[in-house]
Ligand binder design. Structure first.
Ligand code: DX5
Ligand code: ZN
Length: 221
């Protein structure tokens, strides 16, 4: 399978979000990464549920890749209008009732992904393979764009890929955090399928977005 991009909307021009969404959609980008934070699980707030819901109205082919960094993520599913075609990542560290939360995402016709923070061991994911369509590996601490990559992230991506492959399941591996021009190729070699592209790549000042998308597609193909 080819590598796919998921540009991070929190890193885009916040005064022109409709334009940014439409542009990416017209370029044929697969996913748009939408970060939701509750200021409790992580000490920050970014895109709100109303905006995440409204994004549906302008998307034609691009799918929503919703990353919920919050305790009790199920509280927000209605307000985000989660449904068919969406990827929804919830954090292993944030859910007391992970079984029910993943089941509810599936029940709504969306794809459940399990997100793991940098300090969480890769092995925890194996108990959930029957319930998910993918794993999101955070290679920075969740909450903020523009951080350096956490040490050991390449080894962790490779370990997650190995666990997935050994299970015989066809789960997607998404990498989120410091997916830079320099590192994205190596992340691909470690087995990542979906690349969250933020301030370390697509959203650097002065870049033409369509040229940047083309260049990145080529690096992770
Ligand atoms: C958090 C976000 C950030 C960010 C990625 O979940 O997804 O990781 O947008 O962009 P970078 O790390 O390149 O600034
Ligand atoms: Zn994210």
């Amino acid at each position: 399978m080819r590598g796919m991009l998921s540009p991070s909307l929190m890193c885009a021009d916040v005064l022109n979000l409709e334009h940014e969404l439409t542009l990416l959609d017209d370029l044929g980008v697969d996913y748009i990464h939408l970060d939701f934070m509750d200021n409790r699980f992580v000490p920050n707030i970014t895109l709100d549920t109303g905006l995440i819901k409204a994004s549906k109205k302008v998307l034609k082919n691009m799918k929503r890749d919703i990353h919920i960094m919050a305790f009790e993520p199920e509280r927000y599913f209605d307000r985000m209008d989660i449904g068919k075609g969406d990827i929804v990542s919830v954090h292993y560290e944030a859910c007391e009732n992970l079984d029910e939360v993943l089941g509810e995402i599936r029940r709504r016709g969306a794809s459940p992904f399990l997100a793991i923070s940098p300090d969480t061991k890769p092995e925890v994911i194996t108990d959930w393979f029957e319930k998910i369509d993918g794993v999101l590996v955070m290679t920075v601490y969740p909450g903020f764009a523009g951080q350096p990559i956490v040490e050991g992230s390449f080894e962790k991506l490779s370990a997650v890929r190995r666990l997935i492959d050994e299970s015989g399941k066809e789960l997607l591996l998404e990498v989120d955090g410091h997916v830079s021009w320099d590192l994205c190729k190596r992340m691909r070699e470690c087995g990542a399928d979906i690349f969250v592209a933020g301030s370390s790549s697509l959203y650097q000042a002065g870049l033409d977005l369509s040229e940047a998308v083309e260049r990145m597609n080529d690096l992770v193909k």
